[in-house]
Design a protein around this ligand. Structure first.
Ligand code: PXP
Length: 239
């Protein structure tokens, strides 16, 4: 079984900071502490309205993140200029319209094939690993490989939604999707709505899972358990 890296999405920390307009909590300190507590990556998702991560944060984080730095977002011109300048280890492309609350759908890799291929080419030329946020549809994943992406990130919202009711049925499309991805040479990441209840089962079902990025539930758990314990708890689910 591959080891699966935990990348902590720190958007919520930025949201809390922005609520008061100052510098508390200190985003950079939290990123460093996540790493110190065992996280193997830091994920951010700057949105056009900068309601949580600001573009300035991205440059500051680049200076201090020592684990894998993963930037997610919709590849508009501003986002692409920033990513090509910052050169994170990984860029996860997400098809979000500007005002959306959170990412709730994967790419249509067939319809947007040309656009994605051009964008991915630029990122690859800059030495950045590219992951495409997708759903579990077989054809979509096969086309993801044709765009030149290195990996896919499976949108696990539907898995999480069905998990409590029927975990086997919830995981089945993801197992298939991961197998399709592996067959066409794509690495498999996953993210969205993963938590301490549903993470271990996903990992058990998808042995080739390379990375999970987790934000909302992890930061909420940290309110009760503290950040260090929480990160350790999540890492334990991935063992
Ligand atoms: N992956 C993507 C592409 C996302 O947009 C998000 C949310 O920002 C996540 C993963 C993490 O989801 P959650 O906050 O539910 O853990």
């Amino acid at each position: 079984m591959e080891s699966t890296r935990l990348s902590v999405n720190i958007n919520k920390i930025a949201l809390l900071r922005n609520a008061r307009g100052g510098a508390i909590p200190n985003l950079l300190q939290v990123a460093q502490d996540c790493e110190r507590f065992g996280a193997q990556g830091i994920t951010i998702h700057p949105r056009p309205d900068e309601r949580h991560i600001r573009y300035r944060d991205v440059y500051e984080l680049k200076e201090i993140v020592t684990t894998e730095f993963n930037i997610e977002g919709y590849p508009d011109e501003r986002f692409m200029n920033m990513v090509l300048e910052v050169k994170p280890h990984q860029c996860t492309l997400v098809p979000d319209p500007p005002g959306v609350l959170t990412s709730n759908a994967g790419w249509n890799t067939i319809e947007h094939s040309r656009f994605l291929t051009q964008i991915i080419d630029k990122l690859k030329n800059a030495g950045i690993r590219v992951s495409l946020f997708v759903e579990t549809n077989k054809q979509q994943i096969q086309h993801a490989a044709q765009t030149g992406a290195h990996r896919i990130e499976l949108y696990t919202g539907p898995y999480a939604g069905l998990f409590e009711q029927n975990r086997q049925a919830a995981a089945a499309p993801y197992v298939q999707a991961a197998q399709t991805a592996t067959a066409v040479g794509l690495g498999v990441n996953a993210g969205h709505d993963l938590n301490l209840h549903n993470l271990r089962y996903l990992k058990q079902q998808i042995p080739q899972l390379l990375e999970v990025s987790i934000g909302h539930a992890l930061i909420c758990d940290a309110l009760y358990y503290g950040l260090e314990n929480t990160i350790q708890l999540y890492l334990r689910q991935l063992e």
